[in-house]
Design a protein around this ligand. Structure first.
Ligand code: SAH
Ligand code: SF4
Ligand code: F3S
Length: 464
C-alpha cells in the first residue's frame, strides 16, 4: 500500500487541523507517526498545539499510574476548552485499550476511543465520529462516542509518510506485542501477544524510507530479541531471527546506521553480539533492562534470568564489542523488596557500569500478577531508593562519558541545540548526545568530532 503525503496540494485554510500528543514509549511515538501519515493523506493538517486544532488525539500510555494520571488531567483540561470551542477529542493507545468505554463514561466529551490494534483505522474512525455527530460547531459536552478496541490477527503494514523536516533518523516496528508477562507489566495485556513482521516487508519499508533521505533506523519491538519469522528463501523455509534481519538491513544502500530496542537479556545470543560487532552499520549500543539485581526479586518479576546471568552477559557483550554502551531500566520498591535486595541492584549497577539508566518506582498495575503480591513497599522508601539509584547512576554516567575525552568519534548530526541555536547536536554510535560548533549545512551528515568535554548527560566536542 503506497501512501503519498498530500500536504502540499491542499489549501491550508479548509483543512481540519489535528494535534496528536504522544504520552508513551517509542512504539507509541511510532504509532503516532503512522496516524499522522494517514491523516495527512486524508487531507488533515497537522498542528502542534490544542489552540490551533479541530481534532486532538491523545496517544496514551498505561505502564505506570503516573502516565495515566497525566492523561486524565489532560482530558479534564480539554473538556473545559471544548465548552467554548468545537473540538473532537480522541483517546488512542494503551490507555484506550485498557479503559475502553470507561473513558467516555468519565469524560462524555470524548468522541473516540481507539485501541492499540486499531490506530491504522484512524481515518475511518474519525469519519464515523463525524457521521455520528453531524453538527460541527456544537460544543455540547455530550457527544456520540465511538469505541474500537478489537484485536485483529494480522499486523497492519504501513510505510511512514514522507516528512520534509530534514530529519534523517526514523523508527520502525519490526514486531508488535509481548509474550513475556513480567509480573509487574501491563504491556502484554494491552499490546497483545508477540507478532513479528515479515523480513521482506521490513526491508521494503526501509528501502522506501532511504529514498526519502532517512539514514538511521531504530528497529522497535517490546521484546526485540524474540523476533522470529518463518520465511521461504530459495525454495526453503528458514527461521529468520534478529541477527539475520540485521545482516539484511546492513546490506541496504542508503542505510548508514542501525539501532534496535528493547533487548531482553535472555534473548541476547552470542550470534547477536557477533552481528553487532561484525556489521559495520549496526551501532554499538544495547538497551538491556536489568529491572533488579536480586535473584529473589527477579524470580518474582518473572524475568527469566539471574543476576549472575546478567553480569556474565554484560561482560561477554563488552568483550565481543569493546566500544559497547549498555543502558538499562530499573525498578525500585517491587513488593517485598528488602534493603539488602535493593542493595543487590546497586551492586550490579556498580559492577556493570551502565552508560545510562531509566529508573522507576514500582507502580501497581491492576490485573497483573504483582498487583496481588503482599508486602507493598511504602512510598517514602521507594522515593529514597530511587534517589540513591539516581545518585549512583549520575556518577556512572559521568565516568563512562569521561572515557570519551580526547577521542575522535563518528557523529550523525541531528540538528541545532534548542537553547543555543548556534550549536549543532548529534549522536555518537553509542547513542550519546554531542554538542559542537558547525555549519547548519552538515545537518543529516556523518562527521568526525573530537570530544573536548564530558558531563553526565552530554559530551562536547569540536569538528575535525
Ligand atoms: N519491553 C521493554 C520495556 C517495557 S516498559 C522491556 O522489557 O524492557 C519500560 C520500562 O518500564 C520497563 O523496562 C520497566 O522498567 C518499567 N515498568 C514496567 N512496568 C512497570 C511498573 N508496573 N512499575 C514501574 N515500572 C514499570
Ligand atoms: Fe513488559 Fe516484560 Fe514484555 Fe518488557 S518484556 S514489555 S517489561 S512484559
Ligand atoms: Fe506505555 Fe504502551 Fe509503550 S503502556 S510503555 S505506551 S507499549
Amino acid at each position: 500500500m503506497k501512501r503519498v503525503n498530500q500536504l502540499s496540494n491542499q489549501s491550508s485554510e479548509c483543512r481540519l487541523k489535528v494535534y496528536i500528543r504522544t504520552f508513551g514509549c517509542q512504539m507509541n511515538e511510532y504509532d503516532s507517526e503512522i496516524m499522522a501519515g494517514i491523516l495527512t493523506d486524508d487531507g488533515y493538517g497537522l498542528v502542534d498545539d490544542t489552540s490551533k486544532a479541530d481534532v486532538v488525539l491523545l496517544n496514551t500510555c498505561s505502564v505506570r499510574e503516573h502516565a495515566e494520571d497525566k492523561v486524565w488531567s489532560e482530558l479534564g483540561r480539554l473538556s473545559k476548552i471544548r465548552e467554548n470551542k468545537p473540538l473532537t477529542i480522541g483517546v488512542c493507545g494503551c490507555m484506550a485499550q485498557k479503559e475502553g468505554a470507561k473513558i467516555i463514561r468519565r469524560f462524555p466529551s470524548v468522541s473516540l476511543v481507539c485501541g492499540t490494534h486499531n490506530f491504522h483505522q484512524i481515518g475511518e474512525l474519525l469519519n464515523e465520529v463525524k457521521t455520528a455527530n453531524p453538527v460541527r460547531g456544537k460544543t455540547s459536552n455530550r457527544v456520540k462516542g465511538i469505541v474500537n478496541i478489537g484485536e485483529s490477527e494480522k499486523l497492519p503494514f504501513f510505510r511512514l509518510p514522507v516528512r520534509k523536516d530534514g530529519r534523517v533518523s526514523t523508527s520502525l516496528a519490526i514486531m508488535r506485542g509481548c509474550s513475556k508477562f513480567c509480573s509487574y507489566c501491563v504491556v502484554p495485556y494491552l499490546r497483545g501477544k508477540e507478532k513479528s513482521r515479515g523480513p521482506e516487508e521490513i526491508i521494503d519499508e526501509i528501502v522506501h524510507l532511504t529514498e526519502q533521505g532517512f539514514k538511521e533506523f531504530l528497529l522497535l519491538g517490546q521484546d526485540i530479541t524474540s523476533y522470529k519469522y518463518k520465511s521461504k528463501m530459495s525454495n526453503e523455509w528458514k527461521d529468520i531471527d534478529l541477527s539475520y534481519l540485521l545482516k539484511e538491513v546492513n546490506s541496504i544502500d542508503g542505510v548508514e546506521r542501525i539501532r534496535f530496542i528493547t533487548s531482553h537479556p535472555s534473548g541476547v545470543t552470542s550470534r547477536l553480539l557477533k552481528a553487532v560487532s561484525d556489521l559495520p552499520k549496526v551501532c554499538e549500543h544495547l538497551h538491556l533492562p536489568l529491572q533488579s539485581g536480586s535473584d529473589r526479586i527477579l524470580k518474582l518479576m518473572n524475568r527469566g534470568y539471574t543476576r549472575d546471568f546478567y553480569l556474565n552477559l554484560a561482560s561477554k557483550a563488552r568483550e565481543i564489542i569493546p566500544e559497547l554502551s549498555i543502558t538499562t531500566d530499573l525498578i525500585v520498591g517491587f513488593p517485598g523488596e528488602s534493603e539488602a535486595e535493593f542493595e543487590d541492584t546497586l551492586d550490579v549497577m556498580r559492577k556493570v557500569g551502565f552508560d545510562n539508566a531509566f529508573m522507576y518506582k514500582y507502580s501497581i498495575r491492576p490485573g497483573t500478577k504483582a498487583a496481588g503480591m503482599k508486602n507493598e513497599v511504602p512510598e517514602n522508601i521507594k522515593k529514597e531508593r530511587l534517589r540513591r539509584l539516581q545518585e549512583i547512576q549520575r556518577e556512572m554516567s559521568l565516568k563512562r562519558n569521561e572515557n570519551f575525552l580526547g577521542r575522535r568519534v563518528e557523529v550523525l548530526v541531528d540538528g541545532t541545540k534548542k537553547k543555543a541555536p548556534s550549536k549543532l547536536l548529534g549522536r555518537t554510535r553509542t547513542n550519546k548526545v554531542v554538542t559542537f560548533k558547525g555549519e547548519k549545512g552538515i545537518i543529516g551528515k556523518l562527521v568526525d568530532v573530537t570530544i573536548t568535554g564530558a558531563c553526565q548527560w552530554t559530551l562536547q566536542g569540536k569538528i575535525n
